[in-house]
Design a binder for this molecule. Sequence first.
Ligand SMILES: Cc1cc2nc3c(=O)[nH]c(=O)nc-3n(C[C@H](O)[C@H](O)[C@H](O)COP(=O)(O)O)c2cc1C
Length: 351
Amino acid sequence: MKLTGRRWIFAKIAYSKMKGALVRVLSLSGVFSSIHYAFFSRAFRREQRAVVAGLLTHMSHLKQDSSYFLLRRNVHRIEKGLIKPERRAIFAREYIGETVDYYSRCLDGCSTDSRPREFGWATDVLHQYFDVVGNDPLVDKARDQFMRIAPQEMGESVPYARGEVSSPVSPEDLLKLVRQRKSVRTFLQKPVARELVDRALQVARFSPSSCNRQPMHYRIFDEEPLLREVANLPLGAVGLADNIPMICALTGDLSAYFYERDRHSIYVDACLSAMLFMLALETVGLASCPLNWAEIDTLDRKFEKLVGLPPHERGILFIAIGYPDPEGLVAYSEKKGMDDLRSYNKVSRKD
Ligand SMILES: Cc1cc2nc3c(=O)[nH]c(=O)nc-3n(C[C@H](O)[C@H](O)[C@H](O)COP(=O)(O)O)c2cc1C
């Protein structure tokens, strides 16, 4: 039976009351919500599967030497040990063996030309580590192994003193740039120069990421018919998809992690990079509009199928990119006031 007019409104009110009651019950206990989402709702199913697929891929990459996530993470942990003001004589003891083992397998697994640039950084940091760390059976064993296999020449990718730096950009100029960036939904109908996008990505590369794992990837589409098919995926692109000359799907690789607890890092890391990217686009004369990628099963499937996304690589945010139409309007979109935005030393207690 098709609901129309008043019936539809009553049905909507009844649904929202039922949902309100259900949510109230679920919020009472973690057990209630776990049972609900395990048996009665598929809302988290796809995400859970993706997290598990990520763990599995992580483990198989460790065996096959095809992942650099562990190397990046461990080398970064060593960097943190090196820069400590009161450095311990022995540190990284628990994972130096695994790091050098993995380094060695990566070294065997790829030719000099195909070695990623992180490899040079790992070599430099490990050299410095073994120069300064004290003697200990585990560390010495790893040192011997490393010295046997590592290139002897050492580069400069090691911790350095930050020195007295003065910002090349004034706070006023930064604010001007940030205010210039607006979500633009009307673009000139001309192809976007990839060199400009790459320049912006050179900035996005420098975003922070948890343990320097850099799990994000920018999948960029600028050729028909794929461009139009991808642009029509995000729900929020309705009405503007046909106007988008280039679209980027920012994804996160869950195989970067060995623990479920890290599952949110892909979102945080990717979005920190996305913000730099969107600001940098402004500096090269391009504009952007972030597009929500909601957790919708059917859309996820479509996206996976369209671009061959593996189950552990998740869509995070889509970004429309193009030359802004100077005649096109942008929304004012007032921002929160400072008192709403922040508080210092606030403690929220239930009365
Ligand atoms: C995560 C995220 C998702 C967004 N999704 C959409 C979207 O689907 N469609 C759209 O037109 N705008 C989208 N926007 C743009 C916001 O509407 C916009 O950032 C906000 O209204 C503030 O305007 P401003 O970006 O011009 O400052 C999104 C922004 C963010 C950060």
